[in-house]
Design a protein around this ligand. Sequence first.
Ligand code: HEM
Length: 175
Amino acid sequence: MEPKIQPGRPWLGAVITLAITVALLAALMLWRPSALYLWLKALHVIAVIAWMAGMLYLPRLFVYHCEAEPGSKQSETFKVMERRLLRAIINPAMVAAWVVGLWLAWDAGLFRNGWMHAKFALVLAMSAVHGMFVRYVRDFAADRNQRSQRFYRIINEVPTLLMIAIVILVVVKPF
Ligand code: HEM
């Protein structure tokens, strides 16, 4: 059976996740477990893992998609995989990581720390790469991708490098 590209609302997944994240935050604040900060840090790390899993896998799909003839069954299957990965995992996970991460930074008064400034800059860069990926998904969906497989192989490494630097900054806190 041919995969179907359904018309949809690209923001819906992100809005639902934002609502769930805010509801979870509110529930945790009402409950006020003694280790509230650690609970939220766990939630943040879970969201970050989901976001990164998608950010590392999506450019691999672009690399393979370049080999598929536009209009072929294989190309249409890649379109569905890219769209679902973006909407069901990557977008909502990014929203959750940002909301909870900002709360952690505010609660612990971390906005004054040098490592936090550096992490913030790199997370903004990660979010910009995320935005570029959204554009690539749209270009593939409209069969108008002009970028080469080599381009996607190179761009594939950017989220990995950013992720390594961010994790070192937040765990080692070198400055
Ligand atoms: C989206 C914006 C983000 C904000 C505002 C943010 C902020 C924070 C804050 C304030 C903490 C708590 C630090 C502490 O208690 O010492 C934290 C923990 C953490 N963050 Fe983020 N973060 C963000 C995204 C990310 C990303 C993209 C990654 C990984 C690629 C990441 C990885 C981690 C890890 C591993 C921890 C736990 C560190 C530890 O407990 O030792 N964060 N984050």
